[in-house]
Design a protein around this ligand. Sequence first.
Ligand code: SF4
Ligand code: SF4
Ligand code: SF4
Length: 387
Amino acid sequence: MSTLQTRGVIHVTDNCKACDHCTFICPTGAISGRLGQKHHIDQDICVNCGQCLINCPFGAIEDTSMVAKVKEALADPEKFVVVQEAPAIRVALGEEFGLAPGTNVKNKMYAALRQLGFDKVYDTEFAADLTIMEEGTELIHRVYNALGAEGFEHAGPLPQFTSCCPAWVKYAEDKYPHVLPHISSAKSPQQMFGAVAKTYAAEQLNIDPANMVVVSVMPCTAKKYECNRPEFVASGYKDVDLVLTTRELAQLIKEKNIDFLNLPDEKADKFIGLSTGAATIFGATGGVMEAALRTAYEILSEETLDKVEFEAVRGIEPVREATVEIPVKALGKKLPVNVCVVSGLKYVDDVIEDVLAGRSKYHFIEVMNCPGGCINGGGQPIRRDTY
Ligand code: SF4
Ligand code: SF4
Ligand code: SF4
């Protein structure tokens, strides 16, 4: 039995001024407290999204830090420390160094990570491609099952929900356990990266996985919770050992007095193979859906897409829907696939209740906790000048 514990990673400090703002922000109702009294988070229903943290006007909410453990690993000559960073980091990290929001600093970030002492600096993008292929293929199997095709009886039911947002997955587990068979069985890109790093990559690099430490840099506080879930140890080792947020990476760079803005541009190390770039859109709401649809389209139509965008699933509204016509070569006809994108858990209850009541018209549903997706995750830079 695993000795790992999955604990909540967000807590209210004694700096709480009891303004009550966080209770309006929290998507799950996990925060309670009267005006004038220090507020409290119910860890049983908190999904660790950190939205309260980045929106508390007094900076009174904190996430559990793994910074000390990352420093320890980097200082240990016995450890081979690899790092992966999600695409949403590269356009947010620069804000911590005074650059305009949206400035892409990925090449300086790679240089900074090497100066911090990481042995290999990888992107999460290859693993995001794996997630997309898994989710796209699983969706096809569920469609075949729904059409009564032989050999697909064990595929899950439609609609299929995405599984890459750990806050959404915990929300479903806590509040809607009957919807779990609808959630994709694919691991998130963070966890897929860790699993491949501790197995295939460790073998290729001739590193004992017991001595490998996998660190993620994520825009997300819920990823700290996700990496400690006890099921993510299939290789015999934790897929991902430690998670830093965008803010914490900036803290490490500043502590080491690295002149970030004047760093040379560097490239990431190659992680097994090329990535498609599709994963770059994972960070924005609708991105996972769009990438998985591309995969499903190409497999079912047996055609390579010239125009690779499904613009109908883009946008900023919290709930968006579209119908995508996918030509299925094996059937000799087009199948209309109804998709829905939900950005913000506050908007997902009606969608789930329709699914559980058997009246949902959708085949594929993306759910991301944070408004606008991971680019606005709880681990991103905090703009207090907006208050
Ligand atoms: S927003 Fe911050 S200061 Fe206000 S009640 Fe919540 S934790 Fe306390
Ligand atoms: S982390 Fe998210 S779910 Fe937990 S209390 Fe804060 S806003 Fe609510
Ligand atoms: S939307 Fe992205 S940043 Fe927000 S909780 Fe989910 S995975 Fe984390």
